[in-house]
Write a protein that binds this ligand. Structure first.
Ligand code: PMP
Ligand code: GLN
Length: 388
């Protein structure tokens, strides 16, 4: 018998909607990837390294130069002090980092607190490791948790908590008081946090990304996961990293060595170079994205859609119910891609139980023309739905 954890799963919503966009020729505002090619200097570096660099197995925990660059970057950007040798592991994307954390750390029967909406790779791998997910459901428009909700989720069997901050799909960047509360409860219940912070550099306006590992009592009980794909807008590169205290890193690296063992050395070296030369990029990239966010948001509002705020990520959400659109998110997205020529993501796909069904996620890391055409087509989808 095939493993039901996987055999019963549908194709991911990102693949499904991108597949429909490809087959129908629709504009793709679904899966999160930038439309432009990404920073040229880093791509040129990678190309040179493929031709002239080292193309054999790199060291299992990652190239020393990348591990050093990651530690230095987190020192500069987030004030963290990391020992690159004992505390940094390079993985094949954040997806592998998450899998290494879940498979390496969770013991059968451990309870793992996860927030809905949740990124799609979490639950299958938590279950594969024998973990028992405990869901905390967040609701639009604010998607916030409070002490009562959290205390109801912790039990004497809770060993891990998974946090995605900045949050995909909600676009929320957690404020200080929420992180303090999480830290307090993790310490009180002796829980380790697995922090998916892939969107840490994609934060807008006055919002600030603060890593949970920097909070009181969390230095030894956090696994911090990042992704060069998101930092540099090169989502296909799949170069991820894990920062964690030595004991955690030791175990994670044992899982990593049998998941992928390593990650292409030329991409690792190009990311290392990028991290050392990225000050302008890290300043300009969020500003450009913020302008795109505003263009999409304003255009949708002009068409009568209710748009939720986005403080970070490539995404904003529209609220169908508040926009007076009388169908669920999945039906709307299927009609939008099949009949109106624009792909989007139904946020119900990020819930395992009791889904919120009125929210549609849109990716704004696109050229102005694409965003404008997307707005027009979403308005068309809305008119189609209204016509029945
Ligand atoms: N976690 C979250 C919240 C994400 O949004 C993504 C991808 N967008 C990932 C993990 C996976 O990152 P990677 O492509 O580096 O595997
Ligand atoms: N993280 C991307 C998104 O949220 C999708 C990545 C994937 O397709 N696995 O759109």
């Amino acid at each position: 018998m095939p493993n039901p954890i996987f055999s019963t799963l549908p194709t991911t919503i990102f693949e499904e909607m991108s597949g429909l966009a490809r087959s129908t020729g629709a504009i793709n505002l679904g899966q999160g990837f930038p439309e432009d090619a990404g920073p040229e200097a880093i791509r040129a570096k990678a190309a040179d390294l493929v031709l002239n660099g080292y193309n054999q197995y790199p060291p299992m925990p990652g190239l020393p130069e990348l591990r050093q660059a990651v530690a230095a970057h987190y020192g500069r950007a987030q004030g963290l002090e990391l020992d690159w040798q004992g505390e940094v592991t390079v993985t094949s994307g954040a997806t592998e980092a998450l899998a290494a954390a879940f498979l390496g750390l969770i013991e059968p029967g451990d309870e793992v607190i996860v927030f809905q909406p949740l990124y799609d790779s979490y639950l299958p791998i938590i279950r594969l490791a024998g973990g028992v997910p405990k869901l905390v459901s967040l609701q639009p428009p604010h998607w916030r948790f409070d002490r009562v909700m959290l205390e109801a989720a912790f039990s004497e069997n809770t060993r891990y908590l998974v946090l995605n901050n900045p949050n995909n799909p909600a676009g929320v960047v957690l404020p200080d008081e929420d992180l303090l509360l999480l830290a307090e409860l993790c310490v009180k219940h002796d829980v380790t946090a697995i922090c998916d912070e892939v969107w840490e550099q994609v934060v807008f306006g006055n919002a600030r990304h603060r890593p949970l590992i920097a909070y009181p009592g969390m230095r030894e009980r956090c696994v911090k996961i990042g992704s060069a794909g998101k930092m540099f807008g090169l989502t296909g590169w799949k170069v991820g990293f894990i920062a964690a205290a030595p004991q955690l890193t030791h175990t994670l690296a044992r899982a990593h060595q049998f998941l992928t063992f390593t990650t292409p050395p030329n991409l690792q070296a190009a990311v290392a170079w990028g991290l050392e030369h990225a000050d302008d990029w890290f300043r300009d990239m969020p500003r450009a994205l913020e302008r795109s966010r505003d263009r999409l948001s304003q255009g949708l509002k002009r068409e009568g859609f209710a748009v939720l705020p986005s403080q970070g990520t490539y995404f904003l959400n529209l609220d169908l119910a508040a926009s007076g659109v009388p169908v669920g998110d999945r039906d709307f997205c299927l009609r939008a891609v099949n009949e109106a020529g624009v792909a989007a993501i139904p946020v119900s796909a990020f819930y395992e139980a009791d889904p919120v069904t009125s929210i549609v996620r849109l990716c704004f890391s696109k050229r102005d023309e694409t965003l404008d055409a997307g707005i027009e087509r979403l308005a068309k989808a809305r008119a189609l739905v209204a016509a029945g």
